[in-house]
Write a new protein. Structure first.
Length: 437
């Protein structure tokens, strides 16, 4: 199937559901996080696994006979870094299993279609791959202007009529299309009340990232790839889900692209967020050109958890500096402080192991070259919060900074760079090819 998709970009697949068999459902169940929140039916991973084979065989029969019915998503909200709430839809366990199995089948087709500059929620591609591509593109291409764009409420505004048309370009198996319709139209339950959903796709569902990539592949990626050929200068593209950055050599190209993009999005029911979409002067010559016009330092932009800054090495060469977004670090430290208060009276080894896992997780993402100061600052603040929490366990505490120093060295990992330079990993991943093409 993957070979057919690679050779014939217009081929439509009429028989796909037979690839969703017992072994694929079994693998989908194993891939689900056992600690994930249950859906509206409150069926947990452990409870479903007590009679796993019988449950999966029954599910498979219902899927192939058409008797399978998708359950509504359970609405929950998670805090965003800017203080707002992000709505998520928690699918029932069986819906997660079927969605994962179908997505695995569809990935075999769409991975042959998706553009190289698309990174979000694709097999073998991670946020750091997109960050590497962006860094390499800014360094190697003639980038003087950056369009940092954000789509307003993308998952909520996604037009299902257009989505079906896009899917039908490749998928002719009506059974698969009906499954997708069932997931999208199942609605949500919030506060015990069911609400129909006529637009969009629920964030948090296993199928939503693929459907979002399909939608943006036809609405943005293919259009942007064609538009780039009409530009007067070089154009660089990096997209991760609904968050994308475009680099331009000429300001005129950037303004024309932004104008055409707004018109393009309006056709498909999308809109750029007016407060989060910016065109800024950026790149290796930005500092000098702004200094000539007395405009001050080049502006910065945030992408995938990092603030990107025009900087220089000690010998005066251009260097793209990436540091942790300050508001994200503050939000994480605030969360740790609250959790430490709840864990205040746990044994120190228990607290130490938990804090070590938190710090390691932070380092695993943010410990990139050039960000060691922010990583060290994060660790230092964690130690200070821990110190205060331990001292408040008793009014007669004997804990001082000398003893605390031994505790933090015993339990917390040291701050150090864990990622290679973007050029090194990008070259290894692409083997000399390009993912910003």
């Amino acid at each position: 199937m993957r070979e057919v998709a690679r050779k014939d970009k217009d081929a439509r697949f009429t028989a796909l559901l037979h690839h969703v068999d017992l072994s694929r459902l079994w693998a989908a169940y194993v891939a689900i996080n056992p600690k994930a929140s249950p859906g509206v039916d409150q069926v947990t991973w452990d409870a479903y696994g007590e009679d796993l084979r019988a449950n999966l065989e029954d599910l498979l029969t219902r899927v192939h006979s058409g008797a399978y019915r998708a359950k509504p998503s359970r609405r929950v909200y998670i805090p965003k870094a800017d203080g707002r709430q992000r709505p998520l839809g928690i699918a029932a366990l069986e819906d997660k299993i079927v969605q994962r199995a179908v997505v695995e089948v569809l990935n075999a087709i769409y991975e042959e279609d998706f553009c190289g500059f698309s990174y979000g929620f694709r097999p073998g591609r991670k946020p750091h791959d997109a960050l590497d591509a962006l860094a390499v593109g800014i360094k190697r291409k003639k980038v003087n202007w950056i369009l940092d764009a954000d789509i307003r409420d993308f998952f909520g505004q996604l037009d299902r009529t257009w989505l079906r048309r896009f899917l039908e370009h490749r998928i002719a198996d009506e059974r698969v299309l009906r499954l997708i319709e069932k997931w999208l139209s199942a609605g949500v339950i919030e506060g015990g009340k069911w609400t129909a959903s006529e637009r969009g796709a629920p964030q948090g569902a296993s199928a939503s990232p693929l459907l979002a990539n399909v939608y943006l592949h036809y609405v943005f990626d293919r259009w942007a790839r064609r538009w780039r050929k009409t530009a007067d200068g070089e154009v660089m593209l990096v997209r991760f889900a609904d968050d994308f950055v475009v680099g331009f050599e000429h300001r005129g190209d950037a303004l024309r692209f932004l104008h055409d993009l707004r018109k393009r999005f309006a056709t498909f029911g999308l809109e750029l967020h007016p407060d989060k979409t910016r065109l800024i002067q950026f790149g290796r010559f930005a500092a000098e050109r702004r200094a000539e016009r007395r405009l001050g330092r080049p502006e910065t932009f945030d992408y995938l958890g990092f603030t990107h800054i025009c900087a220089k090495t000690r010998d005066g060469r251009f260097f793209l500096k990436r540091i942790t977004i300050s508001k994200r670090m503050r939000a994480k430290l605030k969360e740790i402080k609250v959790l430490l208060k709840r864990r205040r009276h746990e044994p120190i080894p228990v607290q130490g192991m938990w804090l070590a896992s938190v710090v390691r997780g932070h380092f695993a993402y943010y410990a990139v070259p050039g960000n060691i100061s922010a990583v060290m600052a994060f660790r230092l603040q964690v130690v200070r919060h821990w110190f205060k929490a331990l001292r408040r366990r008793s009014q007669r505490t004997r804990l001082n900074w000398a003893r605390m120093d031994r505790l933090e060295k015993r339990w917390l990992p040291p701050a150090k760079v864990l990622h290679p330079y973007p050029e090194v990993r990008f070259a290894a991943n692409t083997r000399g090819g390009s993912r910003v093409r």
